[in-house]
Design a protein around this ligand. Structure first.
Ligand code: ZN
Length: 143
């Protein structure tokens, strides 16, 4: 009887620990699935512009050499330009069929592979591998 009790208690504790983790993951996952390409681009735009802002700030603070700053700034600007172009393409409504096909295949890919992330060394937040700066605290990410 005591074993049964311990088993139930253990299970309950384990469940209490695991259920919120599982739930969080589930809502996160469904949020990703429900997100359209448009939402994704808007968020990407925010992150990219935020990263540029952070970079400018770091440069102003003297944390970066001019050479590093110009190199990274050029990469980020190119990244932002791509995002802006994609948004403009969607807004113009051109090639809607291709867009839908791409969206569907992107969703299929998303379901199969999780986005690779790296943990921020200063706050521990997961960041996409392509990010150069933490989306949470703005620290430079080391890959
Ligand atoms: Zn961080």
């Amino acid at each position: 009887m005591i074993y049964l009790f311990c088993g139930i208690l253990g299970g309950a504790i384990l469940g209490a620990i695991c259920v919120p983790l599982f739930r969080k993951e589930q809502t996160l996952e469904s949020a990703i699935v429900e997100e359209t390409e448009w939402d994704l681009l808007q968020r990407k735009k925010e992150v990219t512009l935020g990263n540029i802002q952070d970079l400018d700030f770091e440069y102003k603070c003297g944390k970066l050499s001019q050479e590093d700053y110009q190199k990274v700034r050029a990469e980020m600007s190119a990244e932002a330009a791509v995002v802006f172009q994609e948004i403009e393409h969607i807004e113009s409504g051109a090639d809607l069929d291709a867009l839908i096909r791409r969206e569907i295949s992107a969703r299929k890919n998303k379901a199969r592979t999780a986005i690779p992330t790296t943990a921020c060394s200063s706050c521990g937040s997961p960041n996409p591998l392509t990010n150069k700066f933490c989306v949470e605290c703005g620290a430079k990410l080391k890959h």
